[in-house]
Write a protein that binds this ligand. Structure first.
Ligand SMILES: *Cc1c(COP(=O)(O)O)cnc(C)c1O
Length: 378
């Protein structure tokens, strides 16, 4: 069966060479804009591409504001600070995620709380979230506290796994009841929509990543989305060393960060976002072909849900068990078709092993079975 699958993937990508999981493609104005950027000498944190890219991102996602950053991880870090997360607070997130989610929470000196995911979204489960809060949360003066640790639960950061929407509306309504701010880790969700609304525009703030392996790339880069004008202003301020605008004076009013996206990365981003519709169309077409092939061959392929238009960042299979998964990983990687297992649960990593957590049965079930198969734009 695996040989048949490997042949199918090689035919799909029309090559006998190594097939990576997700390589970037540059079919558009990339070189033109990069040359323009270099000729202008404005390659660093000021320049026209930065502003243009932010406008384009706001327009495409339907977010009122977009603030571009050096990468997705520091965009998440800044979003947490802007939501009011302080030292020793707790931030609820899912155990099944890429490590950057939990790292960003740690940069804010907060403690991640790991909650289970739903099997059909691979994103934070509202039922598991509500159960954890019912058992552990207590509201005091409009703030939520964790009875078992004494710490304040300030925020919740669900993640849209592989570009598929988690149950974001339910999560937001539960968090509202408990006075918890919602920040979406939409790192993988550029070009994904739920009920026609772009992922990352549901919560108070969100972050999308433009790393080289994501849907579109700026080399390294990320963006904070928010509809709140005040938070948008603060985001820009904090990401530029908290410098008070002035013709010549160095005045700063906060511990700031050097998190602003350089113009040269934004130039690349402008060329990439011009192609986003064809990227998404190609990726959805690949997913459709995979879906049909695996259906015929009785292998469980992870499909989008109703009301969802997923970018299918990384296509995923849910195999029978860990043994079958490891078998496929070995055979396929040896044959030059890159496949990867989903991440290890965050609570199993040394640095997060003592963090609070809920029941994680779905997360563990998926962690044992899910693999990603080549998904890049052709
Ligand atoms: C890629 C990713 C990030 C981090 O983005 P970078 O731009 O690589 O820093 C954060 N969270 C998730 C879920 C990701 O997949």
């Amino acid at each position: 069966m695996w040989n048949k699958t490997i042949d199918f993937i090689k035919k799909l990508y029309q090559t006998d060479n190594f097939i990576p999981l997700h390589a970037p493609v540059f079919f558009g104005n990339e070189k033109k804009y990069l040359n323009e950027c270099i000729d202008s000498t404005f390659v660093s944190s000021v320049g026209k591409f930065v502003d243009e890219f932010e406008h384009k991102l706001a327009e495409y996602t339907g977010s009122k504001h977009a603030i571009v950053c050096v990468n997705g991880t520091n965009a998440l870090h800044l979003a947490l600070l802007l939501a009011g997360v302080e030292q020793n607070d707790e931030v609820i997130t899912q155990a099944l995620t890429f490590v950057a989610t939990a790292n960003a929470i740690s940069y804010a000196n907060a403690v991640p709380v790991f909650i289970d995911v739903d099997k059909d979204t691979m994103g934070l489960s509202p039922m598991a979230l509500e159960k954890y809060l019912q058992e552990n949360a207590e509201i005091k003066q409009n703030e939520c506290f964790n009875k078992s640790t004494g710490r304040r639960i300030k925020a919740c950061m669900p993640m849209h796994t592989f570009g598929h929407a988690c149950r974001i509306e339910e999560i937001i309504s539960i968090c509202k009841k408990y006075h918890i701010e919602v920040i979406e880790d939409a790192a993988e969700a550029m070009g994904s929509f739920y009920k026609g609304q772009h992922l990352g525009t549901f919560g108070l703030l969100s972050a999308i990543s433009f790393n080289g392996n994501k849907i579109m790339t700026t080399g390294g880069g990320g963006v904070i989305l928010t509809n709140d004008q005040n938070l948008a202003k603060k985001a820009k301020h904090l990401s530029t060393q908290a410098k008070i605008p002035h013709a010549w004076d160095y005045a700063h009013d906060h511990i700031g960060y050097n998190y602003r996206m350089p113009n040269i990365n934004a130039a690349l981003g402008m060329a990439q976002i011009e192609q986003i519709d064809t990227f998404i169309q190609d990726k959805r077409n690949t997913a459709k072909q995979y879906s049909e092939f695996f259906k015929e061959n009785d292998i469980s392929f992870f499909n989008e849900r109703e009301n969802e238009k997923s970018n299918y960042w990384l296509n995923a299979l849910i195999l029978e068990n860990q043994e079958q998964r490891n078998d496929f990983l070995t055979v396929s990687n040896k044959a030059g078709v890159m496949i990867r297992p989903i991440w290890k649960l965050m609570n199993t990593l040394t640095m997060f092993k003592d963090c609070p957590k809920g029941d994680l049965s779905n997360s563990q079930w998926l962690a044992d079975r899910v693999v990603n198969i080549p998904s890049g734009v052709k």
